[in-house]
Write a protein that binds this ligand. Structure first.
Ligand code: HEC
Length: 292
């Protein structure tokens, strides 16, 4: 605190006494006495502590003296109040949140790596199956269309090529071609007759050839329950549906056009020969179990 020079205080007291105000209110009159501005300011800030509260001056005077006191802090605007009251992010959540970019990175990688190249056509077929689930059930249990589960699909199509043909052309083309039995005519439980259960749309225009192979792998091995390690299905699986399936690769690259194929073609798979028969440019009758 800066001391107010005694001579100023004294002069002020004298002036006050002269105008009948009591000599104990030093501040205001210092100005009137012509003290330098700096001195006035200092005295103003120094007084509240030094001087006792103004006792008996007229009301107007007191009011006038008041503004010299430091202004009360401005109230915060509503948005600042809201920000102060808002709950802060707890520490444990920060730790979790800070891992979000890592999680995002792994998530994207998982999505982009999920293609048939790493997981094989059977896994990729699960996604294509989104086109079929509404009629055949999310897990192949059936609905408007037949069920694929419990080997049902394998009974209808012992040969995968017959299933490729059927899914490519659909009920309408089979009707147009006059093909009555689209699958195994000796099917256990009875042959499936074209149009008997309803209309199966042809997917040849909607899905690419390799997508049709993918979804068929999914129907046979994931939903239908064919065992890729069994004697019956190992060769087909390795040739068509495994991660390095050569038939699938040839279809995907466009090297092998199943619909345009005119003669059976042989593929060497793990030292075995797998024969791929033509699907054909139009529906033909289905066949019984391979080799028969
Ligand atoms: C609009 C409904 C519908 C959709 C969508 C549909 N299907 Fe079908 N599907 C049927 C019907 C109905 C049948 C039976 C047709 C018949 O009786 O001739 C059938 C039959 C089949 C069969 C023969 C099953 C058997 O055991 O006889 C296969 C295989 C098949 N669908 C595959 C597919 C695939 C693959 C997709 C998706 C790419 C698909 N379906 C989408 C209705 C549908």
């Amino acid at each position: 605190m800066t001391e107010i020079p005694e001579h100023l205080l004294k002069r002020s007291r004298e002036r006050r006494a002269a105008i009948g105000q009591g000599g104990d209110q030093p501040t205001d009159e210092a100005t009137a006495a012509g003290a330098p501005a700096a001195a006035v300011e200092k005295s103003a800030s120094a007084t509240p502590a030094a001087a006792p509260p103004p006792p008996s001056g007229p009301a107007a005077r007191t009011a006038a003296a008041e503004p010299a006191a430091p202004k009360p802090p401005k109230p915060d605007p509503p948005y600042v109040v809201a920000a102060k009251q808002r709950r802060k992010v707890p520490f444990w959540a920060m730790a979790t949140l800070s891992l979000m970019p890592v999680w995002g990175f792994l998530y994207i990688r998982a999505l982009t790596d999920g293609g048939h190249t790493s997981a094989g056509p059977t896994a990729a077929g699960a996604e294509v199956y989104g086109n079929c689930a509404s009629c055949h059930g999310g897990s192949g249990g059936g609905g408007v269309g037949y069920a694929f589960t419990d080997g049902e699909i394998l009974k209808t199509f012992p040969k995968i090529e017959d299933q490729v043909r059927y899914v490519t052309y659909g009920t309408e083309q089979y009707n147009l071609a006059g093909v009555e039995v689209y699958g195994n005519p000796d099917r256990e439980g009875g042959a499936h007759i074209t149009g008997e259960k309803g209309v199966m749309p042809g997917f040849g225009g909607q899905l690419s050839a390799y997508e049709i192979v993918e979804v068929i792998c999914h129907e046979r091995y994931t939903l239908g329950g064919a065992d890729p390690t069994s004697e019956e299905y190992a060769a087909e699986y390795e040739a068509w549906c495994s991660a390095e399936a050569p038939v699938f690769d040839a279809v995907e690259s466009g090297e092998l056009d199943l619909l345009a194929l005119e003669e059976a073609e042989e593929f060497a798979v793990n030292g075995e020969t797998v024969v791929v028969t033509p699907v054909g440019p139009a529906p033909i009758a289905g066949s019984a179990a391979a080799g028969e």
